[in-house]
Each structure stands twice: as structure tokens, then as C-alpha cells.
Design a protein around this ligand. Structure first.
Ligand SMILES: [Zn+2]
Length: 119
């Protein structure tokens, strides 16, 4: 497979993942479902990205240094994303070192309580 073909496969996969991610995180308003599938989705994306970089480079060794960063990005995405229990919207905390307490859309508390676990 040529470099251009490899790039086309990589790019097409990323477009498909982008559409799935948009539907899952922004169209879907079922917070319970999102909480359930989000960790698996992140793992799939991380593994695919790691796999693609190795495939395109032709060697796992050449890109292995990236893997801890990919894992860190996936972990941060997991920790910084919360789903509102009231309106179901996806809240992404861009202020990494402060905690996100309220839904950016409806103002509902995102703090975890025993009766209403957020994550
Ligand atoms: Zn909300």
C-alpha cells in the first residue's frame, strides 16, 4: 500500500470516528449511556491511533515513544469530561486545574452525590 493510500485509510477512519464521536457526545443526550460507553470509546480511539501511527511508520518501535502521551491524552479526556445528569449534555473542562462543578448548558451540579453519581 502506498503512503497516499495509507493516509486515505487513516483519514477516512478518523472522519468516521469524528462522526461517531459527534453523535455520541453531542447529539445523544442520554448521560447514563454516555458514561457507560465513553471509557471504551476512548480506549478504542487510543488503540486505533497508536496502531495507525505504527502502521503508517512501518514500525512499532519508531512510534513507541508516543504511546505514553496517547495514554495521557486519553486519561485527561476521561477525567475532564462530565455528562450532565439533568440535560445530558457533554461538559468538557478546559481549565485543567480547576474542577468543573456545574453544567455549562443548564447549570445543574456536576458534583458526584451518592444518589446521583456523575462518573
Ligand atoms: Zn445540564
Amino acid at each position: 500500500m502506498t503512503e497516499d493510500q495509507k493516509f486515505t485509510v487513516f483519514f477516512s477512519t478518523w472522519v468516521v470516528l469524528g462522526v461517531i464521536s459527534f453523535l455520541l457526545l453531542f447529539v445523544n443526550k442520554n448521560a447514563i449511556f454516555k458514561k457507560k460507553v465513553f471509557p471504551s470509546f476512548l480506549i478504542i480511539v487510543g488503540v486505533l491511533f497508536g496502531g495507525f501511527t505504527a502502521w503508517m511508520e512501518g514500525s512499532v518501535k519508531a512510534v513507541a515513544w508516543m504511546y505514553p502521551f496517547i495514554a495521557l491524552i486519553m486519561f485527561l479526556n476521561y477525567k475532564l469530561t462530565k455528562f450532565c445528569p439533568k440535560c445530558g449534555s457533554t461538559n468538557y473542562n478546559r481549565m485543567m486545574f480547576t474542577s468543573m462543578k456545574y453544567c455549562q448548558k443548564c447549570g445543574e451540579s456536576l458534583e458526584e452525590t451518592e444518589s446521583q453519581p456523575v462518573k
